[in-house]
Design a protein around this ligand. Structure first.
Ligand code: IMP
Length: 195
């Protein structure tokens, strides 16, 4: 029988993404399964702290396993900006488009465009003594000077993966799920919980 696991995100797309990433042992369920919404301030100093803040807001409300995550884009020449602020990089009215415009402007004239996506997952099983388990994954690439591709979200159209010769926005969901920071974080998690 599949193990139900709550995906602690308001983003329904993530439930489907985790369905593909977690594999056949799990049955991911969305927050609306418990009529819940996630409403926390992401005030942590790291991705794992933020993922744990989200997890702590939910873990007493779920009788089975659950995960939350936090992720971002780090650009080497910009001191790892936008980092923890990836979603809100362009300010109050941030959008994917505005965030990309700001990032490309800040990189104008800069040669080194190396970057990585990073993701931390926090996991809790109320029926185990193990407590909260954190896992981590990353995916390296380069920031292009213009957007390429229409799929995905966030910074996908400017994140170029050299091994594939494509941006994340040119990959299908399945292709992205084989190399993404979330894929590596899930792989790390499954190893930690012996799956
Ligand atoms: P969250 O951790 O899912 O809330 O993601 C934080 C922000 O990081 C997103 O709003 C995006 O701007 C960026 N981000 C995280 N993962 C990805 C990705 O796979 N592609 C593009 N942008 C991402």
């Amino acid at each position: 029988m599949k193990r139900k696991i709550l995906i602690g995100s308001n983003n329904l797309g993530k439930v489907e993404e985790y369905r593909a990433l977690l594999g056949s042992s799990f049955e991911p369920v969305p927050l609306k399964y418990f009529n819940l919404e996630l409403d926390v301030e992401e005030s942590g100093k790291s991705y794992s702290e933020n993922a744990i803040i989200k997890l702590n807001a939910l873990k007493d409300k779920c009788p089975f396993e659950l995960i939350t995550d936090d992720s971002g884009l780090e650009v080497l020449s910009l001191n790892n900006e936008p980092g923890l602020f990836s979603a809100r990089y362009s300010g109050k009215n941030a959008s994917d488009k505005r965030n990309i415009i700001k990032l490309l402007k800040n990189l104008e004239g800069i040669q080194n465009r190396s970057a990585k996506f990073v993701c931390s997952i926090a996991y809790f099983n109320p029926n185990s003594e193990d407590g909260i388990i954190s896992s981590f994954g990353e995916c390296s690439g380069k920031i292009l000077k213009t957007t390429l591709g229409k799929k995905g979200f966030g910074y996908d159209p400017i994140f170029y993966v050299e091994e594939l010769g494509k941006t994340f926005a040119e990959l299908s969901g399945d292709q992205k799920n084989m190399i993404s920071h979330r894929y590596y974080a899930v792989r790390d998690l499954l190893r930690r919980i012996n799956i």
